[in-house]
Design a protein around this ligand. Structure first.
Ligand code: SAM
Ligand code: DTB
Ligand code: SF4
Length: 327
């Protein structure tokens, strides 16, 4: 079917800035128009997250509590084995999740037993009829192909911020390396989950820059997580002021306009948002949330609170709609 809304990959940074700075009502109106036409109805996908390998990461990402460079790093948590992970996936499915995302605090995927276990987890999650997503840092072409063969639905690898601001946040890995990983994932036929974070001390131009790079990817990433920084004690960004909820609404709305057919996921930072601010994000075009009491190492709104939120907003869950069949 030909999409009703054309997808563009040539947005200029100033066009994107103009969108980000529109009067809020105008921005919301436009985002709603695009969302309604590209994705009729308000279905929301629930994705659950589990940290399989926690902490001790060699990268120095300034926002991340799992980096070995920061005093926040949690050590001593054993890696999870295949069966306990699959148990958690079963419970997530039972609670209504449609996608199960697994995280490894790695600079790059490690060969051998840990990778074989990752493949078994992906196969197991897919056999349950859930979408499977992995986030584990950089990978080789062979590893991407093996993950695709195991049935992996999506690989999450975020660009985080603009190319210009990136160097102030991460010193151990380049923007170009991130882009190359994304290409490898694409070449293997796995869908891309790629987005970023606001609240890292970036300017409006950096937010526009991040969205420009994301929208220039062809095809657009199938899912685009928009995170608000969770400022964790012991990380270099612990003192960052909280993100204004309306800034997050603007980011979501602009992502929706630029990438009409992508799933825009309202990700980390929801605990700091009121119910009304979260509903504004849905109105702005977010059509997925992380669902479950924890993200990777930090907390997320309780499952019951999210059920109430979605009921209050009157949104249909993706898994309950006709298009929601995910196997
Ligand atoms: N190590 C892998 C990587 O970096 O791709 C996978 C795990 S990493 C924790 C996944 C993503 O979580 C990061 O790219 C970042 O966007 C997000 N993230 C990590 N810490 C965060 C925080 N404190 N607040 C918001 N988002 C965060
Ligand atoms: C994404 O963009 N956000 C998620 C998921 N992809 C892997 C992770 C958020 C992590 C927040 C901090 C923590 O819980 O450690
Ligand atoms: Fe490691 Fe990923 Fe955290 Fe960076 S964001 S320190 S790569 S776990």
């Amino acid at each position: 079917m030909t999409p009703a809304i054309p997808t563009r990959h040539d947005w200029s940074r100033s066009e994107i800035r103009t969108l980000l700075e529109l009067p809020l009502m105008e921005l919301l109106w436009r985002a709603q128009g695009v969302h309604r036409e590209a994705n009729p109805g308000y279905r929301v996908q629930l994705a659950s997250l589990l940290s399989v390998k926690t902490g001790g990461c060699e990268e120095d990402c300034a926002y991340c509590p799992q980096s070995m460079h920061h005093s926040s790093d949690v050590s001593g948590r054993p890696d999870l084995a295949v069966e306990p992970v699959l148990e958690r996936a079963r419970a997530a499915k039972q609670a209504g999740a449609e996608r199960f995302c697994m995280g490894w605090a790695w600079r790059e995927i490690r060969e051998g037993a840990p990778f074989e276990a990752m493949l078994a987890m992906v196969r197991g999650v897919r056999e349950m009829g859930l979408e499977a997503c992995v986030t584990a840092g950089m990978l080789t072409d062979t590893q991407a192909v093996r993950l695709a063969e195991a049935g992996l639905t999506a690989y999450n690898h975020n660009l985080d911020t603009s190319p210009e601001h990136y160097g102030r946040i991460i010193g151990t890995r380049t923007y170009q390396e991130r882009l190359e990983t994304l290409e490898r994932v694409r070449r293997a036929g796995i869908t891309l989950c790629c987005g970023g974070i606001i609240g890292l001390g970036e300017g409006l131009d950096d937010r526009a820059g991040l969205l420009q790079v994301l929208a220039s990817l062809d095809p657009h990433p199938e899912s685009v997580p928009i995170n608000a920084l969770v400022a964790v004690e012991g990380t270099p960004l612990e003192e960052q002021p909280p993100v204004d909820a309306l800034e997050l609404v603007r980011m979501v709305a602009t992502a929706r306009i630029l990438m009409p057919h992508s799933r825009v996921r309202l990700s980390a930072g929801r605990e700091q948002l009121s119910r009304e601010a979260q509903i504004l994000c849905l109105l702005a075009g977010a059509d997925s949330i992380f669902y479950g009491d924890t993200l990777l190492t930090t907390s997320n709104p309780a499952v019951e609170a999210d059920r109430e939120l979605l009921a209050a907003a009157g949104v249909q869950l993706w898994a309950e709609s006709e298009q929601g069949a995910c196997v």
